[in-house]
Design a protein around this ligand. Structure first.
Ligand SMILES: [Mg+2]
Length: 188
């Protein structure tokens, strides 16, 4: 069987964007997110989260705290029978304040490091890859990963769409109002 993999941004795509989320109680799923993940599961996609968490490098919160947020997102999805296997985070940022994390890494989106790690860890070699996110860096990630790519209007997406239209930025295959619409269009 051919592998299929979907890589979804976390904040602003799966759950509501609230700045640098650092409290699991602040995690709220965007309506339709769980259904979108279920559709991907049903269509045979291994689903992962990929999230830049520069708040760790900036000293706003710990890696452990970022992982608690991931856990909460996975729990809320799982409660609705939606399976995201793992959420990968990049804790780095070149201008961070935590010395060992203030680096130019291979995992900060739009670099493909988190996707590479997920495929290796789960032993996948997908012939079809999907990337969905609310930022231009997610679109660029999709392009770099040679994936079918969607930009959603939730989170920062609406502003990012305006930027792309006015500056001729990188174009996703699909502009969608939210993750559910993106997945429906990508699976069509
Ligand atoms: Mg986002």
């Amino acid at each position: 069987m051919r592998d299929k993999a979907a890589f979804l941004d976390r904040d602003g795509t799966i759950n509501v964007e609230k700045g640098y989320i650092n409290n699991p109680d602040d995690v709220v799923l965007i309506p339709g997110s769980a259904e979108a993940v279920r559709l991907l599961n049903k269509a045979g996609y291994a689903v992962f989260g990929v999230s830049n968490q520069s708040g760790v490098a900036r000293g706003y919160f710990s890696v452990e705290r970022a992982q608690e947020i991931n856990k909460r997102v996975l729990e809320l999805l799982s409660a609705e029978n939606a399976e995201v296997r793992e959420i990968f985070i990049c804790p780095h940022h070149p201008s961070g304040t935590v010395p060992e994390l203030a680096i130019k890494c291979e995992c900060r989106k739009p670099a493909v490091g988190m996707i590479t790690s997920a495929l290796k860890k789960y032993n996948l070699a997908p012939s079809e890859t999907i990337v969905v996110g609310d930022k231009i860096c997610d679109v660029e990630l999709g392009i770099n990963a040679k994936a079918k790519t969607a930009l959603v209007a939730t989170g920062y997406g609406a502003e990012e769409m305006v930027k792309i239209e006015s500056n001729g930025g990188p174009r996703p295959h699909i502009f969608a109002k939210d993750l559910l619409e993106a997945v429906r269009l990508l699976l069509r």
